[in-house]
Design a protein around this ligand. Sequence first.
Ligand code: NSS
Length: 429
Amino acid sequence: MEYCKISEALRKKEGEEVKIRGWIYRKRSSGKIAFIVVRDSTGIIQTIVEKKNVSSEEFKNARKALIESSVEIEGVIHEDERAPGGREIHVKKFNVVGFAEEFPITEYQSVEFLLDNRHLWLRSRKLTEVMKLKAKVLRLIRQWFDENDFYEVTPSVITTNAAEGGATAFEFDYFGQKAYLSQTAQMYLEALIFSLERVWSLTPSFRAEKSRTRKHLTEYWHLEAEEAWVDNEGNMKIQEELISHVCQNIVKIARDELEFLGRDIESLKQIEPPFKRVKYKDAIKKLQEKGFEIKWGDDFGAPHERALVEGEEKPVFITHFPVEAKAFYMKISPDGKTVECADMLAPEGYGELIGGSERSEDIDSMIARLRQQGAKVENYEWYFDLRRYGSVPHSGFGLGLERLIMWLAKLDHIRDATPFPRMLRRAYP
Ligand code: NSS
Protein backbone atom coordinates (compact mmCIF):
# COMPACT_ATOMS: atom_id res chain seq x y z
CA MET A 1 0.00 0.00 0.00
CA GLU A 2 1.21 3.52 -0.84
CA TYR A 3 1.31 6.30 1.72
CA CYS A 4 -1.48 8.81 1.37
CA LYS A 5 -1.66 12.41 2.57
CA ILE A 6 -3.76 13.10 5.65
CA SER A 7 -6.14 15.28 3.64
CA GLU A 8 -6.78 12.24 1.45
CA ALA A 9 -7.24 9.93 4.46
CA LEU A 10 -9.88 12.34 5.73
CA ARG A 11 -11.89 11.70 2.54
CA LYS A 12 -11.84 7.90 2.84
CA LYS A 13 -14.78 5.76 3.92
CA GLU A 14 -15.45 3.62 6.96
CA GLY A 15 -13.39 0.43 6.88
CA GLU A 16 -10.87 1.54 4.23
CA GLU A 17 -7.22 0.70 4.88
CA VAL A 18 -4.72 3.59 4.93
CA LYS A 19 -1.03 4.22 5.41
CA ILE A 20 0.09 7.70 6.53
CA ARG A 21 3.25 9.33 7.83
CA GLY A 22 3.91 12.54 9.68
CA TRP A 23 4.63 14.00 13.11
CA ILE A 24 2.88 13.64 16.45
CA TYR A 25 0.86 16.78 17.00
CA ARG A 26 -0.97 15.95 20.24
CA LYS A 27 -1.36 12.88 22.35
CA ARG A 28 -2.85 11.35 25.44
CA SER A 29 -2.73 7.80 26.62
CA SER A 30 -4.02 5.56 29.35
CA GLY A 31 -3.29 1.92 30.27
CA LYS A 32 -4.43 0.18 27.13
CA ILE A 33 -5.01 2.93 24.60
CA ALA A 34 -3.18 5.91 23.10
CA PHE A 35 -4.88 8.73 21.19
CA ILE A 36 -2.31 10.22 18.88
CA VAL A 37 -3.08 13.13 16.58
CA VAL A 38 -0.70 13.15 13.62
CA ARG A 39 0.01 16.03 11.26
CA ASP A 40 1.53 16.25 7.81
CA SER A 41 1.72 19.12 5.33
CA THR A 42 -1.96 18.71 4.49
CA GLY A 43 -3.73 18.44 7.84
CA ILE A 44 -4.22 16.52 11.08
CA ILE A 45 -5.93 13.22 11.89
CA GLN A 46 -6.52 11.35 15.11
CA THR A 47 -5.17 7.81 15.37
CA ILE A 48 -6.04 5.29 18.05
CA VAL A 49 -3.46 2.75 19.13
CA GLU A 50 -4.92 -0.04 21.22
CA LYS A 51 -2.76 -2.53 23.05
CA LYS A 52 -4.74 -5.45 21.67
CA ASN A 53 -4.25 -4.41 18.01
CA VAL A 54 -0.46 -3.91 17.84
CA SER A 55 2.67 -5.69 19.05
CA SER A 56 3.80 -4.95 22.60
CA GLU A 57 6.90 -3.19 21.21
CA GLU A 58 4.71 -0.95 19.05
CA PHE A 59 2.40 -0.13 21.93
CA LYS A 60 5.33 0.70 24.19
CA ASN A 61 6.72 3.05 21.54
CA ALA A 62 3.35 4.69 20.95
CA ARG A 63 3.14 5.47 24.67
CA LYS A 64 6.75 6.62 24.87
CA ALA A 65 6.93 8.79 21.72
CA LEU A 66 6.75 12.49 22.56
CA ILE A 67 5.18 15.29 20.56
CA GLU A 68 6.98 15.95 17.23
CA SER A 69 8.26 12.37 16.95
CA SER A 70 8.00 11.25 13.31
CA VAL A 71 5.81 8.22 12.68
CA GLU A 72 4.52 5.83 10.02
CA ILE A 73 1.09 4.41 10.63
CA GLU A 74 -1.10 1.77 9.01
CA GLY A 75 -4.69 1.22 9.95
CA VAL A 76 -8.39 1.34 9.17
CA ILE A 77 -10.57 4.42 8.76
CA HIS A 78 -13.38 4.86 11.24
CA GLU A 79 -15.95 7.61 10.79
CA ASP A 80 -16.55 9.47 14.04
CA GLU A 81 -18.11 12.92 14.28
CA ARG A 82 -16.21 13.78 17.45
CA ALA A 83 -12.80 13.38 15.77
CA PRO A 84 -11.22 16.41 14.03
CA GLY A 85 -12.19 16.08 10.37
CA GLY A 86 -14.82 13.42 11.21
CA ARG A 87 -12.46 10.43 10.70
CA GLU A 88 -9.93 8.58 12.79
CA ILE A 89 -7.55 5.73 12.12
CA HIS A 90 -7.65 2.52 14.14
CA VAL A 91 -3.99 1.57 14.09
CA LYS A 92 -2.65 -1.83 13.05
CA LYS A 93 1.01 -0.89 12.59
CA PHE A 94 2.82 1.88 14.44
CA ASN A 95 6.41 2.70 13.58
CA VAL A 96 8.40 5.53 15.15
CA VAL A 97 10.89 6.86 12.57
CA GLY A 98 12.52 9.43 14.85
CA PHE A 99 11.88 9.79 18.58
CA ALA A 100 11.67 13.49 19.48
CA GLU A 101 13.26 14.91 22.60
CA GLU A 102 10.97 17.00 24.79
CA PHE A 103 9.79 19.79 22.46
CA PRO A 104 10.88 23.17 23.83
CA ILE A 105 7.78 25.01 22.61
CA THR A 106 4.80 24.66 24.90
CA GLU A 107 1.56 26.59 24.86
CA TYR A 108 2.37 30.05 26.22
CA GLN A 109 5.69 31.44 25.02
CA SER A 110 7.04 34.93 24.50
CA VAL A 111 7.53 36.37 21.05
CA GLU A 112 11.31 36.42 21.58
CA PHE A 113 11.39 32.75 22.63
CA LEU A 114 9.41 31.78 19.55
CA LEU A 115 11.78 33.79 17.35
CA ASP A 116 14.80 32.09 18.97
CA ASN A 117 13.13 28.79 18.11
CA ARG A 118 11.87 29.85 14.71
CA HIS A 119 13.32 26.72 13.07
CA LEU A 120 10.90 24.68 15.20
CA TRP A 121 8.04 27.17 15.41
CA LEU A 122 7.73 26.97 11.62
CA ARG A 123 5.85 23.73 12.30
CA SER A 124 2.96 25.63 13.89
CA ARG A 125 -0.38 25.60 12.12
CA LYS A 126 -0.39 29.37 11.62
CA LEU A 127 3.04 29.60 9.99
CA THR A 128 2.30 26.51 7.91
CA GLU A 129 -0.83 28.15 6.50
CA VAL A 130 1.03 31.44 5.84
CA MET A 131 3.82 29.64 3.97
CA LYS A 132 1.29 27.76 1.85
CA LEU A 133 -0.50 31.00 1.09
CA LYS A 134 2.76 32.65 0.09
CA ALA A 135 3.61 29.82 -2.32
CA LYS A 136 0.17 30.08 -3.90
CA VAL A 137 0.41 33.87 -4.23
CA LEU A 138 3.73 33.40 -6.03
CA ARG A 139 2.13 30.88 -8.35
CA LEU A 140 -0.55 33.43 -9.29
CA ILE A 141 1.94 36.24 -9.75
CA ARG A 142 4.04 34.09 -12.11
CA GLN A 143 0.94 33.11 -14.00
CA TRP A 144 -0.10 36.74 -14.46
CA PHE A 145 3.32 37.85 -15.71
CA ASP A 146 3.48 34.87 -18.10
CA GLU A 147 0.07 35.66 -19.52
CA ASN A 148 0.94 39.32 -19.98
CA ASP A 149 4.16 38.99 -21.97
CA PHE A 150 6.68 39.72 -19.24
CA TYR A 151 10.02 37.92 -19.15
CA GLU A 152 11.31 36.83 -15.77
CA VAL A 153 14.94 37.91 -15.34
CA THR A 154 17.62 37.36 -12.71
CA PRO A 155 19.37 40.60 -11.70
CA SER A 156 22.33 40.77 -9.36
CA VAL A 157 22.08 41.35 -5.63
CA ILE A 158 25.65 42.62 -5.23
CA THR A 159 25.74 46.19 -6.48
CA THR A 160 27.73 49.43 -6.35
CA ASN A 161 24.58 51.60 -6.50
CA ALA A 162 22.43 52.49 -3.51
CA ALA A 163 19.39 53.37 -5.61
CA GLU A 164 17.04 53.96 -2.70
CA GLY A 165 19.41 56.20 -0.73
CA GLY A 166 22.64 55.48 1.12
CA ALA A 167 21.11 55.69 4.59
CA THR A 168 19.45 52.29 4.46
CA ALA A 169 22.03 50.48 2.32
CA PHE A 170 24.02 47.59 3.80
CA GLU A 171 27.58 48.30 2.77
CA PHE A 172 30.35 45.72 2.55
CA ASP A 173 33.86 45.29 1.30
CA TYR A 174 33.93 43.68 -2.13
CA PHE A 175 37.62 42.77 -2.58
CA GLY A 176 38.69 46.27 -1.59
CA GLN A 177 35.83 48.06 -3.31
CA LYS A 178 32.75 49.51 -1.59
CA ALA A 179 29.64 47.53 -2.50
CA TYR A 180 26.07 47.18 -1.24
CA LEU A 181 23.43 44.52 -0.86
CA SER A 182 20.74 45.47 -3.33
CA GLN A 183 17.82 47.62 -2.16
CA THR A 184 16.08 47.23 -5.51
CA ALA A 185 16.68 45.50 -8.83
CA GLN A 186 15.17 48.46 -10.63
CA MET A 187 18.24 49.83 -12.37
CA TYR A 188 19.16 46.39 -13.72
CA LEU A 189 15.59 45.82 -14.88
CA GLU A 190 15.73 49.17 -16.66
CA ALA A 191 18.78 47.95 -18.59
CA LEU A 192 16.92 44.79 -19.60
CA ILE A 193 13.84 46.51 -21.10
CA PHE A 194 15.93 47.67 -24.06
CA SER A 195 16.06 44.08 -25.27
CA LEU A 196 13.04 42.44 -23.61
CA GLU A 197 10.61 45.40 -23.24
CA ARG A 198 8.65 43.94 -20.30
CA VAL A 199 10.56 42.23 -17.49
CA TRP A 200 10.02 41.19 -13.90
CA SER A 201 12.11 39.66 -11.14
CA LEU A 202 11.84 38.34 -7.62
CA THR A 203 14.96 38.97 -5.54
CA PRO A 204 15.78 39.60 -1.91
CA SER A 205 16.14 43.31 -1.16
CA PHE A 206 17.97 44.66 1.84
CA ARG A 207 17.25 47.77 3.90
CA ALA A 208 19.22 48.70 6.99
CA GLU A 209 16.08 49.94 8.74
CA LYS A 210 17.02 51.20 12.18
CA SER A 211 13.46 51.73 13.30
CA ARG A 212 11.36 48.96 14.75
CA THR A 213 7.99 48.79 13.05
CA ARG A 214 5.47 46.08 12.21
CA LYS A 215 6.01 46.57 8.50
CA HIS A 216 9.77 46.59 8.02
CA LEU A 217 12.21 43.76 7.55
CA THR A 218 15.90 44.26 6.83
CA GLU A 219 15.68 41.52 4.18
CA TYR A 220 12.51 41.07 2.16
CA TRP A 221 11.41 39.51 -1.14
CA HIS A 222 11.01 42.21 -3.71
CA LEU A 223 8.87 41.63 -6.75
CA GLU A 224 9.70 44.18 -9.39
CA ALA A 225 8.60 44.89 -12.94
CA GLU A 226 9.76 47.33 -15.58
CA GLU A 227 7.96 48.19 -18.80
CA ALA A 228 9.08 50.01 -21.96
CA TRP A 229 6.60 52.39 -23.63
CA VAL A 230 4.52 52.75 -20.43
CA ASP A 231 3.78 55.96 -18.51
CA ASN A 232 2.79 56.40 -14.86
CA GLU A 233 -0.92 55.81 -15.58
CA GLY A 234 -0.16 52.67 -17.62
CA ASN A 235 2.06 51.49 -14.79
CA MET A 236 -0.82 51.82 -12.31
CA LYS A 237 -3.08 49.83 -14.64
CA ILE A 238 -0.58 46.97 -14.69
CA GLN A 239 -0.35 47.02 -10.88
CA GLU A 240 -4.09 47.05 -10.27
CA GLU A 241 -4.57 44.19 -12.71
CA LEU A 242 -1.84 42.13 -11.09
CA ILE A 243 -3.17 42.67 -7.56
CA SER A 244 -6.75 41.98 -8.66
CA HIS A 245 -5.66 38.77 -10.38
CA VAL A 246 -4.04 37.62 -7.14
CA CYS A 247 -7.09 38.53 -5.01
CA GLN A 248 -9.70 37.06 -7.38
CA ASN A 249 -7.84 33.77 -7.68
CA ILE A 250 -6.30 33.30 -4.27
CA VAL A 251 -9.80 32.88 -2.82
CA LYS A 252 -10.23 29.95 -5.20
CA ILE A 253 -6.93 28.16 -4.60
CA ALA A 254 -6.24 29.02 -0.94
CA ARG A 255 -9.66 29.14 0.68
CA ASP A 256 -8.68 26.89 3.59
CA GLU A 257 -5.52 28.85 4.34
CA LEU A 258 -7.34 32.21 4.20
CA GLU A 259 -10.16 30.99 6.41
CA PHE A 260 -7.76 29.52 8.95
CA LEU A 261 -5.94 32.87 9.07
CA GLY A 262 -9.18 34.77 9.62
CA ARG A 263 -9.34 36.57 6.27
CA ASP A 264 -12.83 37.34 5.09
CA ILE A 265 -13.06 35.89 1.57
CA GLU A 266 -15.75 38.30 0.34
CA SER A 267 -13.56 41.36 0.92
CA LEU A 268 -10.92 39.93 -1.44
CA LYS A 269 -13.44 39.03 -4.14
CA GLN A 270 -14.36 42.71 -4.40
CA ILE A 271 -10.89 43.74 -5.43
CA GLU A 272 -10.94 44.59 -9.12
CA PRO A 273 -9.73 47.48 -11.28
CA PRO A 274 -9.84 50.42 -11.21
CA PHE A 275 -8.31 51.48 -7.89
CA LYS A 276 -8.79 55.07 -6.73
CA ARG A 277 -6.01 57.56 -7.60
CA VAL A 278 -5.46 60.40 -5.13
CA LYS A 279 -2.89 63.12 -5.69
CA TYR A 280 -0.42 63.71 -2.84
CA LYS A 281 -1.63 67.32 -2.46
CA ASP A 282 -5.22 66.12 -2.01
CA ALA A 283 -4.09 63.45 0.41
CA ILE A 284 -2.40 66.16 2.51
CA LYS A 285 -5.60 68.21 2.43
CA LYS A 286 -7.67 65.22 3.48
CA LEU A 287 -5.31 64.48 6.37
CA GLN A 288 -5.39 68.11 7.52
CA GLU A 289 -9.21 67.96 7.48
CA LYS A 290 -9.01 64.87 9.65
CA GLY A 291 -6.97 66.88 12.14
CA PHE A 292 -3.44 65.69 11.37
CA GLU A 293 -0.60 68.19 11.64
CA ILE A 294 0.97 67.54 8.29
CA LYS A 295 2.18 69.81 5.52
CA TRP A 296 3.37 69.70 1.91
CA GLY A 297 6.69 67.85 1.74
CA ASP A 298 6.11 65.56 4.74
CA ASP A 299 6.19 61.80 4.30
CA PHE A 300 3.33 59.60 5.48
CA GLY A 301 3.63 57.51 8.61
CA ALA A 302 1.49 54.52 9.57
CA PRO A 303 -1.34 56.63 11.10
CA HIS A 304 -1.53 58.76 7.94
CA GLU A 305 -1.62 55.70 5.70
CA ARG A 306 -4.37 54.23 7.82
CA ALA A 307 -6.42 57.43 7.67
CA LEU A 308 -6.03 57.68 3.90
CA VAL A 309 -7.64 54.28 3.30
CA GLU A 310 -10.37 54.64 5.93
CA GLY A 311 -13.63 53.36 4.45
CA GLU A 312 -11.92 52.03 1.32
CA GLU A 313 -12.49 48.45 0.24
CA LYS A 314 -9.81 48.41 -2.44
CA PRO A 315 -6.20 49.56 -2.44
CA VAL A 316 -5.65 53.26 -3.18
CA PHE A 317 -2.88 54.93 -5.23
CA ILE A 318 -1.32 58.10 -3.87
CA THR A 319 0.32 59.85 -6.81
CA HIS A 320 2.48 62.88 -7.59
CA PHE A 321 4.61 63.26 -4.47
CA PRO A 322 6.91 66.29 -4.19
CA VAL A 323 10.22 65.94 -6.05
CA GLU A 324 12.21 66.26 -2.79
CA ALA A 325 10.31 63.42 -1.14
CA LYS A 326 11.18 60.81 -3.76
CA ALA A 327 14.13 59.06 -5.43
CA PHE A 328 16.36 60.71 -8.04
CA TYR A 329 15.21 58.47 -10.90
CA MET A 330 11.55 59.53 -10.98
CA LYS A 331 10.32 61.62 -13.89
CA ILE A 332 9.46 65.20 -12.94
CA SER A 333 5.87 66.18 -13.78
CA PRO A 334 5.07 69.16 -16.06
CA ASP A 335 4.37 71.29 -12.92
CA GLY A 336 8.07 70.97 -12.00
CA LYS A 337 7.21 70.32 -8.34
CA THR A 338 5.99 66.74 -8.30
CA VAL A 339 7.05 63.41 -9.78
CA GLU A 340 5.19 60.86 -11.91
CA CYS A 341 4.92 58.26 -9.19
CA ALA A 342 2.36 56.20 -7.33
CA ASP A 343 2.38 54.36 -4.02
CA MET A 344 -0.28 51.70 -3.64
CA LEU A 345 -1.72 51.58 -0.12
CA ALA A 346 -3.49 48.43 1.06
CA PRO A 347 -6.93 48.75 2.62
CA GLU A 348 -7.43 48.18 6.36
CA GLY A 349 -4.26 50.04 7.30
CA TYR A 350 -1.75 47.44 6.09
CA GLY A 351 0.33 50.22 4.56
CA GLU A 352 2.27 50.57 1.34
CA LEU A 353 2.24 47.49 -0.88
CA ILE A 354 3.87 48.96 -3.96
CA GLY A 355 6.09 51.88 -4.88
CA GLY A 356 6.33 52.72 -8.56
CA SER A 357 7.03 55.50 -11.02
CA GLU A 358 7.72 56.62 -14.54
CA ARG A 359 11.49 56.98 -14.94
CA SER A 360 13.31 60.19 -15.69
CA GLU A 361 15.07 60.46 -19.05
CA ASP A 362 16.78 63.73 -18.13
CA ILE A 363 20.38 63.01 -17.11
CA ASP A 364 21.07 66.53 -15.78
CA SER A 365 18.08 66.49 -13.47
CA MET A 366 19.06 63.08 -12.13
CA ILE A 367 22.65 64.24 -11.53
CA ALA A 368 21.43 67.31 -9.66
CA ARG A 369 19.20 65.21 -7.42
CA LEU A 370 21.93 62.63 -6.79
CA ARG A 371 24.39 65.41 -5.84
CA GLN A 372 21.87 66.79 -3.39
CA GLN A 373 21.79 63.42 -1.66
CA GLY A 374 25.58 63.32 -1.58
CA ALA A 375 25.73 60.25 -3.83
CA LYS A 376 28.76 59.37 -5.95
CA VAL A 377 27.57 60.35 -9.39
CA GLU A 378 30.34 58.41 -11.23
CA ASN A 379 28.81 55.14 -10.07
CA TYR A 380 25.69 55.93 -12.08
CA GLU A 381 27.44 56.45 -15.43
CA TRP A 382 26.25 53.11 -16.77
CA TYR A 383 22.69 54.01 -15.79
CA PHE A 384 22.88 57.29 -17.73
CA ASP A 385 24.05 55.31 -20.79
CA LEU A 386 20.56 53.80 -20.88
CA ARG A 387 19.31 57.35 -21.64
CA ARG A 388 22.05 57.97 -24.18
CA TYR A 389 21.38 54.98 -26.44
CA GLY A 390 17.81 54.96 -27.67
CA SER A 391 15.94 55.91 -24.52
CA VAL A 392 12.17 55.36 -24.40
CA PRO A 393 9.49 56.35 -21.90
CA HIS A 394 9.32 53.59 -19.32
CA SER A 395 7.96 52.81 -15.89
CA GLY A 396 8.14 50.17 -13.23
CA PHE A 397 7.27 49.22 -9.71
CA GLY A 398 8.32 47.19 -6.69
CA LEU A 399 6.01 45.13 -4.52
CA GLY A 400 7.03 43.98 -1.05
CA LEU A 401 5.95 40.34 -1.12
CA GLU A 402 5.74 40.10 2.68
CA ARG A 403 3.60 43.27 2.80
CA LEU A 404 1.18 41.64 0.37
CA ILE A 405 1.10 38.46 2.46
CA MET A 406 0.66 40.48 5.64
CA TRP A 407 -2.44 42.10 4.18
CA LEU A 408 -3.92 38.94 2.62
CA ALA A 409 -3.31 36.88 5.77
CA LYS A 410 -4.26 39.70 8.17
CA LEU A 411 -0.99 39.36 10.08
CA ASP A 412 -0.30 41.91 12.77
CA HIS A 413 3.45 41.78 12.18
CA ILE A 414 5.41 41.33 8.95
CA ARG A 415 7.81 38.84 10.61
CA ASP A 416 5.23 36.08 10.21
CA ALA A 417 5.11 36.56 6.44
CA THR A 418 8.61 35.10 6.07
CA PRO A 419 10.17 31.94 7.54
CA PHE A 420 13.34 33.48 8.98
CA PRO A 421 12.64 37.17 9.61
CA ARG A 422 15.60 39.54 9.56
CA MET A 423 15.05 42.59 11.74
CA LEU A 424 16.99 45.17 13.70
CA ARG A 425 18.14 42.76 16.39
CA ARG A 426 17.41 39.44 14.75
CA ALA A 427 19.51 37.39 12.34
CA TYR A 428 19.37 34.02 14.18
CA PRO A 429 18.44 31.26 13.42
O1 NSS B 1 11.41 51.68 -1.82
S1 NSS B 1 10.26 51.25 -2.57
O2 NSS B 1 9.05 51.95 -2.30
N1 NSS B 1 10.53 51.35 -4.12
C1 NSS B 1 11.59 50.78 -4.74
O3 NSS B 1 12.46 50.16 -4.19
C2 NSS B 1 11.60 50.90 -6.25
N2 NSS B 1 12.99 50.97 -6.71
C3 NSS B 1 10.88 49.71 -6.83
C4 NSS B 1 10.81 49.75 -8.32
O4 NSS B 1 10.26 50.70 -8.85
N3 NSS B 1 11.33 48.75 -9.00
O5 NSS B 1 10.04 49.74 -2.20
C5 NSS B 1 9.05 49.01 -2.90
C6 NSS B 1 8.21 48.19 -1.96
C7 NSS B 1 7.44 49.01 -0.92
O6 NSS B 1 6.25 49.52 -1.47
C8 NSS B 1 7.18 47.98 0.15
O7 NSS B 1 6.09 47.16 -0.19
C9 NSS B 1 8.43 47.13 0.08
O8 NSS B 1 9.04 47.34 -1.18
N4 NSS B 1 9.39 47.47 1.15
C10 NSS B 1 9.61 46.74 2.24
N5 NSS B 1 9.05 45.59 2.65
C11 NSS B 1 9.48 45.07 3.82
N6 NSS B 1 10.45 45.64 4.59
C12 NSS B 1 11.03 46.79 4.19
N7 NSS B 1 12.00 47.33 4.95
C13 NSS B 1 10.62 47.39 2.97
N8 NSS B 1 10.98 48.51 2.30
C14 NSS B 1 10.23 48.53 1.19
